[in-house]
Ligand binder design. Sequence first.
Ligand code: DNO
Length: 393
Amino acid sequence: MRWFGPKDPVSLMDIRQAGCTGVVTALHHIPVGDVWPVKAIRERMDLVEADNADYVPLRWEVVESLPVHEDIKKGLPSREIYFENYRQSLRNLAQCGIKTVCYNFMPVLDWSRTDLNFALPDGSRGLRFVLEDFAIFDLYLLRRPDAEPDYADDVKDAAQRKFLSMSHEALTTLKNNILLGLPGSDEAFDLETFQSLLNDYQHIGDQELRKNLYYFIQAIGPTAREVGVNLCIHPDDPPRPLLGLPRVVSTAADLEQLMAAYDHPCNGITFCTGSLGVRADNDLPAMAQQFASRVHFIHFRSTKREKKPENFHEADHLSGDVDMYAVVRAFVQEEKRRIKAGYVNSSIPMRPDHGHQMLDDLHKTTYPGYSAIGRLRGLAELRGLEAAIARSI
Ligand code: DNO
């Protein structure tokens, strides 16, 4: 399970009692682009392992994320400094025994949702993305120049009608939901800063961003390989361009290109079923099989496309549009293949990604998507599915 560190309202003991042995965490307090020093890594490890003598041991297994500086995504000359810092962080992590490192290459924003408090039919709460709400933000709150052509007429009409009926409070909530930006952070960008971050990408289209990503992996790959770290890119969430920003890790073709750009297993994938599954044209079971040998980390989560298919919400882990049985089966088979092939470590770390806010957690303040009980429910269901599949093949 993911743990956001000492400020996380979900404790390590909660994580242990959910049945986990691996913890996914990051040094969120270190500014993006700075080196992660060995001392800081060890401090976090010590926290994770503090109660290991008395209880089921926990280990920091996966870094999520070692963030990539925007100058790298923009391909600025200063990227060389950030490459060197990134390499040093990888060396330091490897020295401490942490060998799986997740990152993403989404410009400016990480994941985006318009509603962090969507009421589900069973009374729990989840995350949702509604394109017309996103258009309200873009057209009427941010007032991004050139935004108009990005939306179909019916979306713009619906956005206008809804905007006129929304309260000041509802608009503020929408703005903050979208600008929350980064998981593990509770600070939203302000609109002006945000627009200036977008402006920096004015001349960076799909091809440029791709080039910068492949340049990054070619610059960092050799170090990862040398120190035995598996890098694993997290796909775009949602997997399509937003706010005029390109997104280049959304489809099987995108992943194929990236894998080929540095063709070594250390250039790998975080297979996030929730992100990839938003697109109806992503065949997840086929993609799981195609990329299995390059997958070093899995996020299991399901989304449900709504009546208007550009909108989606996060469903229960085993329902929604993702064929979870087929995807889990592909990875159980991959683990078997790794065992046969004599891998030193044949198991692929997975975590239940997001969960609904439910039961007691409805009265608590938690990071959106990361309350304890909903993830515990998802994890329990997924482990059952995995155990049944493993027995039957
Ligand atoms: C959302 C997460 C992502 C993920 C990053 C990885 O909940 O899955 O924010 O951590 O994109 O770099």
